[in-house]
Design a protein around this ligand. Structure first.
Ligand code: SF4
Ligand code: SF4
Ligand code: SF4
Length: 790
């Protein structure tokens, strides 16, 4: 089959009045060759406003609740415009539209980053392995729907690396159009901006899926493997007696070529390759011998430890001062991406010998090399030659230096260090304690410090506070020895067949997706505790990226690693690490595959129907407890358009607005019963689409509640209500005050709490209701003709 827009002609012989040409081939665009015979749905490759009606349906229920982080606009030279108290800017924009516009800009940045990454990766892999290299992310284990998001949105089924380029053409065009709508004097309505935010999130999911499909297929990462290897995680697992290469970022080809060069040179056991952030997860998916230092917040502590002999950075979430910091420990930096050149000289075309010599002799503190093969050789040879000379020079202070430094703390009255700290950590008190010779206070900050060094910038005495925290915790740091399951990639179709029914009926109480970065208010253990709580309760827990690492850096009360205790299967009680950030669409993809495989809904270009199905039936909730970046924002918005709620941690309020339902507005919570066309009250299910929780306890209670869906059977609702009530009682010590809104019939009531709840229902004037076949789309109501057809 050919794609819609690309045409190819071939003429054996073309004869005109003026010429005769043999073997002419004309190709307009590229060609997706595929054998997918499913008919197109209504919205293949949707443009900005194609799914607007669906978005507005969601936004009618889940209205933006603005938390302006800044109430002026200075995006054009007519500003600054004061947007307070109902005032409009010189272009006519009000504060609501401005907040939504900033969210859209952030989501465009996030989507462009993933899509740009995917483009870079796919081009590199095509150059190296050819356009016809097949997409295979688990065919041998029955992954037949291997690109659910792309099929749903774009409406095609990519089969080769070359096919992926065409999908990228589409998503790149969408990002450009979205960004254009943020220009002065373009979009002016806040809800239309929000609809475009959803669009950004949707195409972001496509971009990420493309990146992961490409790298899984070509590099042979685990393919839908629930038993993907357990790999080593933590600073303590790195053997620093060996030359050590640190990789940071998200684009794995340079790391792959480092590993390849080591293997080809027989150096696999002589050099350590360790990484931070998603590049490291993907390096372990390529070769389980690679090691993971930790999440994004571990960056500075490891660089300053001086353990790395060479640092190789690619793209995204890398400290922009990495070259400056690395110089302090005499560690050369190799930058590898056009998007992140760090001011380094371009040595891509220089001979390897020369680059290595310059780096080893200290004539250059870094190099920009765009060729991943050359990066591999330069990094390995430089680390090998430099390691014996460097003696692991470090800037982490000895205990005596910390004590001396702490004595210089002025105990400033307004503690600028603490005021600058995003988590308001008790730095002044810890310094006071340290000045008296007790380092416990500083050491206690180690797990909760996110390594941003804002305290250092703010300190009136220029004290290297972060170094003191790390120095006071050096023993703890060197004992960080953990395990993480390297990313498994997609969910198998057979797994979906097994759990689709129990999820849709509510008998598996929900899917909790712990994703995103490491801007945790109280350390990564909270993410692990959330994962453990829901895995114990036999929800399906999925994870990716830095959150997956944080889960690995935790031991339960018996000292066990959660990845060793809970299986990696997409099943009740599993903890499923899908992989790096770009593996996130496997989570959304699982929900999409439930609609497709279990409910046999058409997938191809059929976004609205599938989203309606997921929103009403699949009890999935995303939790981005430490969300930092614009990418995290766009990932969340991809879930929203599918009707999947997302909870963020306290810092998430800086995303400027929530999408909150109003449970007090009964009129907001009606659906159509697809069997009859009647409108039926289903209660606030799910109550919110985007919610900030202040504490992990609040997040857990809310997550359990947000897993309820209108389609739950009585048995399913009973199970879900029991978890919600149990968590609420445990953390708040009282019954929730809104149970009556979630009980449809008495058969929904958890047996052990039946009498207690019945009393509450009587007080609230509760009336029994029916359980509909729920949909928000009038067109999904079965017509009489359809019924007689059935
Ligand atoms: S974009 Fe509009 S609101 Fe912003 S500064 Fe310009 S005129 Fe003012
Ligand atoms: S480095 Fe740590 S202690 Fe310092 S401001 Fe950042 S989070 Fe706070
Ligand atoms: S700003 Fe610096 S000197 Fe002042 S209390 Fe904080 S650590 Fe001490």
């Amino acid at each position: 089959m050919t794609s819609r827009k690309n045409v190819k002609f071939k003429f054996d012989k073309l004869k005109s009045e003026t010429a005769e040409i043999d073997g002419l081939e004309v190709s307009i665009g590229k060609l997706i060759r595929e054998k997918w015979d499913e008919p197109y749905g209504p919205t293949p490759s949707p443009s900005l406003a194609t799914l607007r009606e669906w978005d507005l349906k969601l936004l009618k229920r889940y209205k933006p609740f603005y938390l302006p982080y800044c109430d002026v606009c200075c995006l054009c030279t007519m500003g600054k415009c004061d947007l307070t108290a109902g005032k409009r800017g010189a272009c006519g924009l009000d504060i609501c539209a401005q907040q939504s516009r900033i969210v859209l800009i952030a989501c465009c940045m996030g989507a462009a980053t993933h899509i740009g990454h995917a483009r870079h990766l796919v081009e590199h892999l095509i150059e190296k392995y050819g356009r016809d290299s097949p997409i295979d992310v688990g065919r041998s284990v029955g992954v037949d729907i291997e690109a659910p998001v792309t099929r749903l949105v774009y409406g095609e089924k990519p089969e080769t690396l070359g096919d992926l380029e065409e999908v990228l053409d589409y998503v790149e065009k969408q990002v450009t159009q979205l960004l254009a709508s943020t220009h002065t004097g373009q979009e002016g309505d806040n809800l239309d901006f929000e609809s475009k935010v959803f669009h950004a999130g949707m195409i972001d999911q496509v971009g990420m899926e493309i990146a992961d499909l490409a790298q899984i297929s070509v590099y042979g990462f685990p393919k839908a493997d629930p038993e993907a290897p357990l790999v080593e995680l933590g600073i303590g697992v790195i053997d620093t007696t060996k030359p050590t290469i640190l990789v940071i970022g998200h684009n794995v080809p340079p790391s792959v070529e480092i590993i390849n060069y080591m293997e080809e040179s027989g150096l696999s056991d002589s050099i350590e390759v360790a990484g931070i952030c998603c590049t490291s997860i993907d390096a372990t998916r390529y070769n389980p011998k690679a090691k993971i230092v930790g999440p994004i917040s571990w960056q500075l502590r490891f660089i300053r430890s001086g353990m790395a002999d060479v640092i190789v950075v690619d793209e995204q979430c890398i400290r922009t001062d990495v070259a400056i910091e690395a110089q302090k420990t005499m560690t050369p930096v190799i930058a590898t991406a056009e998007k992140n050149c760090l001011g380094l000289p371009n040595r891509t075309n220089d001979p390897v010998d020369e680059i290595v010599k310059d780096l080893v002799e200290g004539k250059a503190h870094g190099a920009l090399i765009f060729d991943p093969d050359k990066v591999g050789e330069v990094a390995v040879r430089t680390a090998t030659l430099l390691a014996p000379k460097r003696k692991k020079f470090k800037v982490i202070p000895e205990i005596s230096e910390i004590l001396e430094g702490a004595s210089k703390c002025a105990q400033c009255r307004f503690a600028p260090c603490m005021r600058a700290c995003p988590n308001n950590l008790p730095i002044r008190e810890a310094m006071e304690q340290a000045a008296k010779g007790d380092l416990e206070g500083l050491s206690n900050l180690y797990e909760v410090c996110i390594g941003c060094v804002r305290c250092e910038s703010a300190c009136t005495n220029d004290l290297p506070i972060h170094n003191y925290i790390v120095g006071a915790s050096i023993k703890k740091m060197m004992e960080e020895k953990y395990k993480i399951r390297s990313g498994r990639g997609p969910i198998q179709d057979v797994e979906i067949r097994k759990v689709g029914g129990p999820i849709v009926l509510g008998e598996i109480p929900g899917v909790i997706a712990l994703v995103g970065c490491a801007n945790y208010p109280k350390g990564g253990n909270e993410v692990a505790e959330i994962a453990e709580e829901f895995a114990k309760r036999r929800f399906i827990v999925t994870t990716s990226g830095c959150s997956a690492m944080s889960i690995g850096m935790y031991r339960d009360e018996d000292g066990r690693n959660l990845y060793e205790v809970y299986p990696g299967e997409f099943d009740a009680g599993g903890i499923v690490n899908v992989g790096s950030c770009v593996a996130n669409p496997h989570i959304a993809g699982a929900a999409i595959k439930i609609a497709s495989i279990f409910a046999r809904r058409k997938l191809r270009g059929n976004y609205e129907e599938i989203a309606d199905y997921i929103h009403n039936r699949v009890g999935a909730v995303g939790i981005a407890w430490g969300a930092i970046t614009q990418k995290a924002a766009s990932i969340a918005s991809g879930f929203w358009r599918l009707g999947i709620p997302v909870i963020v941690g306290p810092h998430g309020s800086k995303y400027r607005r929530m999408l909150l339902g109003r449970k007090d507005r009964k009129e907001d919570w009606y659906v159509y019963d697809a069997r009859t066309g009647e409108k039926v009250f289903v209660g606030p299910c799910p109550e919110h689409l985007f919610y900030t929780a202040e504490t992990k306890e609040e997040a857990m209670v809310m997550a359990a509640k947000l897993c309820m869906r209108p389609n739950d059977t009585a048995r399913g609702r009973m199970i879900k209500l029991a978890h919600y009530i149990d968590l609420h009682k445990r953390f708040y010590k009282v019954m929730p005050d809104d149970i009556h809104l979630f009980v449809r019939t008495e058969t929904d009531l958890p047996i052990t709490m039946k009498e207690e709840i019945k009393k509450i229902l009587a007080e609230k004037g509760w009336k029994e209701n029916i359980i509909p076949d729920p949909t928000l789309l009038p067109r999904m109501v079965h017509t009489k003709e359809e019924k007689s057809d059935e």
